[in-house]
Design a protein around this ligand. Structure first.
Ligand SMILES: Nc1ncnc2c1ncn2[C@@H]1O[C@H](COP(=O)(O)OP(=O)(O)OP(=O)(O)O)[C@@H](O)[C@H]1O
Ligand SMILES: [Mg+2]
Length: 379
């Protein structure tokens, strides 16, 4: 994401707004018609660039030195490319001067070159959503144990986000401390989720590079969390965490869909019961139209071997099953009652081993080579 502050008068502001709003990698931190305000705001925010309308500079002589010392690149928008415009660009140490009529063509590639996330060698970030059209199929069990396993296997910053906003139960399942939740982040319906607030809402798990972001404690607060909040939270987490696992609710709500849009992998969970399988198959057909990339949608059969046989499941499902998870017997329920994930309480349990193997396969897929051996016997 390229964080940009715009300081322009009319009509440059209109053209800039029109162009910048179409660029998905640009975040407009603020837009102002006053250079003084821009300079003051720049000292409060971490910016990747500032765009300045030349016409505002004529009344701001005293501020040109301050602009020249800013640590981020300045881009000057000029009316006519003459000697005066060049002199002003040099005075504020602008890295480029762009005329009004070339804003749409020259500005996007220039800003893209500041996008650190697209630099070669940058660590890639992955969002993994866990969804099902049916409740009670093991979404939370998979999301929690997968997040713990990814953090342990990859040794990379991982975040588990409870996006089952009405009835999220990750808090009671694995955390017994004071509850800070996603609600505190979006209270007052802010236009932007503040990064430092997000950092404060994350609950660090002892001994692992793992953070939790919990769902509101009361279902009535679920609607406070709007789709744009979810998009912002997930994109901010992308810059601080390599893996983000989202436990989603069973609804095809706007909030769920914004998380699904952002997910690189969407795990769709079913259990081997005919009604569940048929419902999940129907939802998969809808999801296939939204997300045609076959690498994104991954079917997971939980409690495999306990109901409808695998051959029949393959006939019903519109996509191939990517992961089969066995029954863990009574251990998953017991572990939830202790407030710790199964992979911690009973790592030798068949379900725990299976989820850990899924984590190892994902790390192998995303990071190239496996640092741990996958136990094929229990897949
Ligand atoms: N493979 C399994 N073996 C044994 N028990 C399991 C297994 N998977 C899940 N469970 C148990 O089934 C119950 C439901 O699981 P979970 O809460 O993970 O489902 P969910 O899809 O998140 O439900 P909800 O829709 O209510 O959020 C829990 O008690 C969990 O411990
Ligand atoms: Mg759940």
């Amino acid at each position: 994401m390229v964080r940009v502050l715009v300081s322009a008068g009319s009509p440059a502001m209109e053209s800039l707004n029109q162009t910048l709003r179409t660029l998905p990698f640009v975040e407009i931190v603020a837009a102002t018609g006053s250079i003084r305000d821009a300079v003051d705001m720049a000292s409060l925010d971490v910016l990747d660039a500032m765009i300045i309308d030349e016409s505002l500079l004529s009344d701001s002589w005293g501020l040109q030195d301050r602009l020249a010392r800013e640590p981020f690149p300045l881009i000057l928008i000029v009316e006519t490319p003459n000697a005066e415009a060049t002199r002003r660009a040099l005075a504020i140490h602008a890295i480029d001067a762009i005329t009004h009529d070339t804003i749409g063509t020259l500005l996007p590639p220039l800003l893209k070159s500041f996008d650190k996330s697209s630099e070669a060698g940058t660590v890639i970030h992955h969002i993994i959503g866990v969804y099902s059209a049916k409740g009670g199929v093991g979404k939370t069990t998979l999301a929690v144990n997968l997040a713990w396993s990814l953090a342990r296997v990859s040794e990379r910053p991982t975040c588990l986000v409870d996006l089952d906003l009405q009835f999220g139960d990750i808090g009671p399942m694995v955390h017994d401390g004071p509850e800070i939740t996603i609600r505190e982040l979006v209270e007052g319906s802010p236009k932007r989720v503040e990064e430092d607030k997000l950092a404060r809402a994350l609950i660090a798990v002892d001994g692992l590079p793992l953070d939790l972001l919990l769902a509101p404690l009361n279902p009535q607060y679920a609607d406070l969390v709007e789709s744009h909040h979810i998009k912002e939270i997930l994109s901010q987490l992308k810059s601080s965490h390599v893996y983000t696992v989202c436990d989603l609710s069973a609804a095809l709500s706007d909030q769920n869909l914004s998380a699904m849009d952002m997910a690189d992998v969407l795990m769709v969970v079913a259990t081997p019961e005919i009604i569940t399988l048929r419902n999940v198959a129907r939802s998969l057909k809808v999801l296939q139209t939204l997300y045609p990339d076959p690498r994104k949608l991954r079917m997971v059969v939980n409690r495999s071997g306990t109901g409808v046989p695998a051959e029949k499941i393959k006939e019903i499902m519109p996509v191939a099953v990517s992961y089969w998870m066995p029954s863990g017997g009574v251990a998953p329920v017991r572990s939830a009652n202790t407030g710790k994930p199964l992979v911690v309480v009973d790592p030798g349990n068949a379900l725990a081993i299976s989820v850990e193997n899924i984590a190892k396969m994902l790390v192998e897929e995303f990071e190239g080579s496996s640092r741990k051996t996958v136990r094929k016997d229990v897949l």
